[in-house]
Design a binder for this molecule. Sequence first.
Ligand code: ADE
Length: 223
Amino acid sequence: MIQFDVITIFPEIFKGFVSESLLARGQKKKIIRIGLHNLRKWTTDKHKTVDDNPYGGGPGMVLKIEPIFKAVKSIELKVKSKRSKNVKPKTYNLKQRVILFSPRGKKLTQELAKKWAKLDQLIFICGRYEGVDERVADYIADEVISIGDYVLNGGEVAAMAVIESVSRLIPGFIAKKESAQKADHAQYTRPEVFIMGKKRLKVPKVLLSGDHKKIKEWRKNII
Ligand code: ADE
């Protein structure tokens, strides 16, 4: 079981995402757990302020460090050890990682997803607006991650990408009859011929031949 915790000012964005298809099934089967946390919960003023003007001036607002720090501290799983007389509490280390999303971060790769799939908990800090106080990257997050060379409105879509790519690697998340890896060759299904205007789009003959050796050979050569 891996626990994902998302800290965001837009938890509603995730509602449909976490309650459909494989992610819904994974949660039901207790293979993954997903916690959604509104950053405003950790503010103390009546306006629930999460951002402020940048020091040194400039346009836009910057997410403040205090609520993010409090959120991470309260969400971090702690080892529960039952103390009883004369019995030393069992101690083991939880494997956790705090990830901040930013277009300036290290690129997400399948290799990283594989490493993270072995953890107990991943905490995601979704940046928004023009930025996040840099001390979050320096002192709170273990890693700063980007999902590609483009700028999103915030880290929410990035968090979804990580949740999906990591979940798929957790044993049991993908049923045996489904495939964990995408096919690395071209695929076709019915109809054999699709008429598109004046064009007849045909399925390669070899796939209809029933000759598995030939099909295997064809798949090796076609990417
Ligand atoms: N926030 C904004 N753009 C992003 C990106 N490309 N990756 C991760 N977080 C982001």
